[in-house]
Design a protein around this ligand. Sequence first.
Ligand code: ATP
Ligand code: MG
Length: 424
Amino acid sequence: MANRYQVPRGTQDLIGDQVSLWQQVENIIRETCALYGYSEIRTPIFEYTEVFKTENDSSDMVTKEMYTFEMGDSSFTLRPEGTKGVIRSFVEHKMYGNPGELPKKLFYMGPMFRHERPQKGRYRQFHQFGVEVIGAKSPLLDAEVIALGHDIVRRLGLNNVRILINSLGDEESRTAYRNALREYFRPYLDELCEDCHRRYEMNPLRILDCKIDKDKEFFKNAPSVKDYLNESSREYFEKVLQALDDLGIPYVIDDHLVRGLDYYSNTVFEAVPVDAAGQQAAVFAGGQYDGLVNYFGGGELPGIGFGMGLERMILLAEEQNSLKADSGNADVYVISLGNVATYGLKAAQKLREAGFKVDMDYQGRSLKAQFKASDRSGARAIVILGEDEYAEGKAQVKDTVNKTQITVSFDELTETVRKMTEGE
Ligand code: ATP
Ligand code: MG
């Protein structure tokens, strides 16, 4: 029988140094969001299935990859992405209520679930950080959202990520483009995969995103959306690009970049490592969307956002050695010898209260074993407590760098350790 006492395929335990890398990435993200005035929102990890399975979403994510389960009379789904739960919550709590407070700038971070084939950078439980700005439409906002993603990548020390950008235009432009795509692909229908037949009917833009068909010869000459943008869509896109130029954010226009969701309009973007082989490499991706807030009953409000895959960011950071795991070293190690009751623990607590990281022995091991443990702890200062010290209310303190050892009263312990660890 297969061993079930192991993590499910496509998931991972984060242990040891990995956790410290994750914490650093999460901290950088939170700090950056604060600088941009985005506040955190935490929605449930599962929702009613209807929240994700929206009528006009024909993406693989919704049609094939969702973890859905029945409980009682209801169907629930583990969230495969962040946007829809956030919009559902935005509407449920009437955050649109006070127009003076719009746009609402939100970010989320946490696990997402998709049943797809696991491979490098692709998991079944993975983690996304994402932002959603709801209730305003402006080229400046589009540029700011991209700048925020770019800033996080930069703060993580990654320098080989490229931003691809495109415009899908407004509804009028997209309708013209959809018609042109249907026209173009009609003679090739027999050569398109089964999913693309569905896409042909529902939203032919998504044919361009097909991982099976995209390298076929006739894709090269598919119509380009830029030829179908109306005047105002073109002007809008130019303003976004101008703002990015002004901010010094490099980008590449990618005519064939379309995004999964059928709600996307105007600006869409994706950040990929420069030497990316294959599509699983996108580290963050997003765009402007219309209609989603209205779908959940919140009226016609535009939105823009992106989702960032944290596993992929961390893989890149590891490849480029741009983050160092925190050593986890203690500042002080407390050694207790003989019959000294809770004297060691008391000393440790006193030092912890003063802000030192303290480790200690709990088992009355030999002096040699305790010194070995103190070595492993990486502590600069070692506090040694024997029966004499206990009786006299004293402590011996050893400096592992200068190799000095002094005896001080229990009351002087904190001050002594402070001087030692500050290198005085
Ligand atoms: P892909 O084309 O790689 O399947 P996607 O279009 O499905 O990506 P989005 O829905 O845009 O991805 O999600 C945003 C980001 O979340 C991606 O750019 C990626 O960094 C990350 N991501 C998506 N799916 C996974 C996964 N299965 N494992 C790890 N990260 C993922
Ligand atoms: Mg996908």
